[in-house]
Design a protein around this ligand. Sequence first.
Ligand code: 6R9
Length: 648
Amino acid sequence: MSKDVYPVNPALAGPTTITPEQYQAMYEESVKDPNAFWGKIAKRLQWFKEPTIIKDTSFDVDNFHTRWFADGEINVSVNCLDRHLDKRGDKVAILWEPDDPQAAAQKITYRQLYERVCKLGNALRKLGVGKGDRVTVYMPMVPDAAVALLACARIGAIHNVVFGGFSPGSVADRVRDSNAKVIITADEGLRAGRKVPLKANVDAALQAEGTDTVTNVIVLKHTGGAVAMQDGRDIWLHEVTANEPAECAPERMQAEDPLFILYTSGSTGKPKGVVHSTAGYLVHASFSHETVFDLREEDIYWCTADVGWVTGHSYIVYGPLANGATSLMFEGVPSYPDASRFWQVVDKHQVTIFYTAPTAIRALMRDGDEWVKKTSRASLRVLGSVGEPINPEAWRWYHDVVGGGKLPIVDTWWQTETGGFMITPLPGATDLKPGSASKPFFGVQPALVDAEGKFIEGEGEGNLVIVDSWPGQARTVFGDHQRFIDTYFKAYPGMYFTGDGCRRDADGYYWITGRVDDVINVSGHRIGTAELESALVSHDKVAEAAAVGYPHDLKGQGIYVYVTLVAGLEGSDELKKELIAHVRKVIGPIATPDHLQWAPALPKTRSGKIMRRILRKIAENAPDQLGDTSTLADPAVVDTLVVERLNT
Ligand code: 6R9
């Protein structure tokens, strides 16, 4: 663990920057008197009806409920659009940088965005989509993705964004689980010059059983590539919106009405549809976006995430637009056409706040300093990191080379389930330690517990829990509230269990150590071992499979799978390739295994549980750290796997 401290740089402070003293005072009020604190913060939004009830929550399993601002009425799109028209109508809301640096960037003002959202909102209503209906959004990183989200929010429909890198099977699973009525997609996406066949994937997904709730597919013409359009079902976005008026009455939403569903991987089974609320979510997303990035009116803010992940929801679309900021959306990747692209985009658009992931930083660090140094980056003021623990070496490179040694890095720890930032520095308030997400955000009460659920006080390491509710927290798992409570509130009754391990140092700084459950964090994306295993077992040559994460220089964690073939079959390099391709096909390219090892058998306890701890150590090539194998049903299995591993 790094011992260096990088003190706050007072030269960067502006009139609204939160100082260390202000952070202390605000944090104390936020946890001692949440009603007073969040009551004031809620006034930052525009309500149809202001809430008089602020916090009405309990993590007690027998009396579990989460309601924030419960009697308030509000519409998210009004807060992201209408509210800004007077003062910021001509301000750029979305600044779009395409995949191809030679293609034209687009600037969409708040007024233009408002009109596009209204037109699509009207079109959706005409297709019979109303309050509470589900809409699947499967889009590339283009402004229309934000338009789609906001149009759903305007009419009270619940959107479910599916990341463009997911397979038709994954799209079908999500459509089926959420009973979606409409899908909004594009002909094709573009990434590093390669086309992603989004519409063809939707067509394939809708072949699957249980997807016939979908009545229409709205298709954005993006690349102009040829796609099949099914009569009566498929409609072009430009056609369906062409004659719609540029005004659309916003739906009056209750504070607790769901805004969106986002599927995420957990320890067991299929991905869960995490449901977020309307008011609490927006209060948390907008307030945290403003304070953690020390947002100012003239900022050009760039979050490099994809809108398919929660980071894209909260910190490309909802937080920034609710704050009237200019949010840059980038269609491409950091390495295309070359490793200078991020910094060229920063210079081209004079980006002031830059927020990315450790996996990108590590890859760019490996490519060498010259790609960075040939750019100016003088416009930058704040840097951010999210998705996984950032190793101190990458942190220092980000700080010294990208930030010229002068800029704060906000290492923001949070999750799909938390809606917004939970543990994070504030640029003007927190001295930084490379690799530490530092201190809790307002209203967040983290704690560490041991395996028995006993609190660990002061310095120490344990499982990270949050002891009380915060406005942006997920409200339920779509269609399965019991699963929500069982997953998050049962391991340590009365507390939200994050699934992360964490250390707290003598200064009260938090250091996330990574997932302690069966979730693999690959380049900041969560993949469940259960999903990987069921994808493998769905291949007719596979009898059994086990997936574990192992340390990977660039991705943080890589995917290592052990496969037991159906009796009588021999493993071959061809078959390895076939099985890896099969996983890509079933889940999507982000779930591609990095290593596949044949396993004549898997190490199991006598009750039949796979001993992942042992498989992890074998994958790490650390056979000396296997620990106690005596409880295994057949300890000899391990020796075979170790020998096999050493030979690869
Ligand atoms: C926002 C997001 C959540 C998991 C989380 C943790 C890891 C995210 C982190 C971090 C250390 C950070 N994580 N940010 N670990 N430091 N700054 O990534 O949501 O996709 O749900 O992933 O990512 O392990 O539990 P999500």
